[in-house]
Ligand binder design. Structure first.
Ligand SMILES: Cc1cc2nc3c(=O)[nH]c(=O)nc-3n(C[C@H](O)[C@H](O)[C@H](O)COP(=O)(O)OP(=O)(O)OC[C@H]3O[C@@H](n4cnc5c(N)ncnc54)[C@H](O)[C@@H]3O)c2cc1C
Length: 401
């Protein structure tokens, strides 16, 4: 008898599993609570759809931190090259950008998603949109639909319900309570690749909100990131901040705050700054003097004026200025909320699933994508992991069932 497979959640992990399973002897149905599939994937496409990264696999899997030993097998089974070939099979060639990141040539998600869905249709995958999964009634799946509650049976269920960032796109973590009631251990969902709250003066946030601080080096606990970050009304965000976000979040959770160190002028050594500050200040204001001697940006000067002793800004000694420029300390109080984060940390723990990614407490229910308990920086590592776990689970289902 042909087995019925229910995939719940139509993001990249679920759609990839459907692509592989539908080429086999199953009747595959994808259930999705939204009227269309892949809304977060489309949102990722607005930034060019950084779908993976070209660095060597040894370094690639390190990006999954304490879970890299698990992702080694997942990425070996569906590597960045496999992902590129798969995109090309859907008519979307990819290229490697100067940073090593991989993008589709169209720099968009929509052509890829359209081709993907059209291929699933041709392979007779059944689409059940506007179906909001509520859990189980004994062994039947329950969905809320516009016609009321419906119950359905599946031989195998794959949950690919995403994390809880940007909930308006569909994934809001409502599955956490459903699974906890089944005895599944779910690590608390937390923001990852997120900004952080700090205290700005009104003058500073009004003047610099939305402005970037470019070519700086951020350091925290021995990890350094060179690049830029953005000033927000009540904090900081941007790629360099995201890259440090898991460390910063854990520090805040343990100690109540985190002190981020910023080198505002990484291309000038302390000696070079000292030499330049020997020029007489004459009647210049301190801001103009620093702009002229060190070519500091307005935002960087604004940051110096945010220091606790800013009232004495005009009388800073060269030593204190040099220290503040090379070792600027920004006190971060808390991460931005999960709904503003790029991705989610926490989720179904790897102790709750077996080596096939099947729930130990719920036979024939498998998990893939961002709802698992892992996190990684931006750079293509998120989509690669979601799509590769979807592929891994589909292949284990094929072997097992
Ligand atoms: C602004 C932004 C930019 C990003 N850019 C990038 C990038 O450039 N590169 C990168 O690698 N990653 C990026 N990401 C992250 C990436 O998009 C996600 O990691 C990825 O989409 C997660 O895939 P998923 O299939 O696990 O979950 P999702 O894509 O979240 O899909 C889960 C699906 O399940 C559905 N669902 C949830 N609950 C239910 C329910 N109860 N019943 C039925 N359906 C349900 C949701 O509606 C959703 O469609 C970005 C994320 C954001 C927010």
């Amino acid at each position: 008898m042909i087995k019925k497979i229910a995939i719940i959640g139509g993001g990249p992990s679920g759609l990839m599993a459907a692509d592989i399973l539908s080429a086999n002897r199953y009747k595959v149905t994808i259930y999705e609570r939204k009227p269309t599939f892949g809304r977060k994937f489309l949102m990722a496409g607005r930034g060019g759809l950084n779908i993976s990264h070209s660095e060597d696999l040894h370094n690639f899997v390190k990006k999954y931190g304490t879970k890299s030993f698990i992702f080694k097998e997942i990425i070996d089974n569906f590597s960045p090259q496999n992902l590129r070939d798969w995109c090309e099979g859907l008519g979307e060639k990819t290229f490697i950008g100067s940073s090593g990141r991989i993008f589709p040539e169209s720099f968009k998600a929509s052509p890829l998603l359209r081709a993907w869905i059209s291929r699933l249709e041709k392979k007779n995958v059944v689409f059940k949109l506007n179906h909001d999964w509520q859990g189980w009634n004994q062994n039947n799946l329950i969905f809320n639909t516009k016609y009321g509650e419906i119950f359905t049976h599946a031989d195998v269920t794959l949950l690919s319900l995403g994390g809880a960032s940007w909930p308006k796109l569909g994934s809001d973590g409502s599955w956490v309570n459903i699974l906890r009631k089944q005895g599944v251990v779910v690590a608390p969902l937390r923001p990852s690749n997120c900004g952080f709250v700090t205290e700005w003066s009104d003058i500073f946030s009004k003047r610099f909100e939305g402005k970037s601080l470019k070519s700086v080096i951020l350091s925290f606990k021995g990890k350094k990131m060179r690049g830029e970050f953005v000033i927000t009304k009540n904090g900081v965000e941007g790629n360099t901040i995201y890259a440090l976000s898991s460390l910063l979040r854990e520090e805040i959770s343990a100690n109540g705050s985190a002190q981020l160190t910023i080198d505002l002028k990484p291309d000038f050594s302390v000696e070079e700054i000292k030499k330049r500050l020997q020029k007489p200040k004459l009647k210049l204001s301190m801001s103009n003097y620093l702009r002229k001697t060190l070519n500091l940006s307005n935002v960087a000067i604004g940051l110096l004026m945010e220091l606790p002793n800013r009232k004495n800004f005009n009388n800073f000694t060269p030593e204190s200025i040099i220290y503040a420029i090379k070792f600027y300390t920004l006190n971060l109080h808390k991460p931005f909320t999960l709904d503003r984060a790029i991705s989610t940390a926490g989720g179904v723990t790897f102790n709750s699933i077996d080596e096939n990614f099947m729930l130990i407490n719920k036979p024939n229910v498998f998990i893939a994508g961002e709802m698992l308990d892992w996190e990684a920086p931006t750079g293509g590592y998120l989509l690669q992991a979601c799509i590769a776990t979807g592929a891994y689970v589909a292949n284990t289902i094929i072997k097992k069932i």
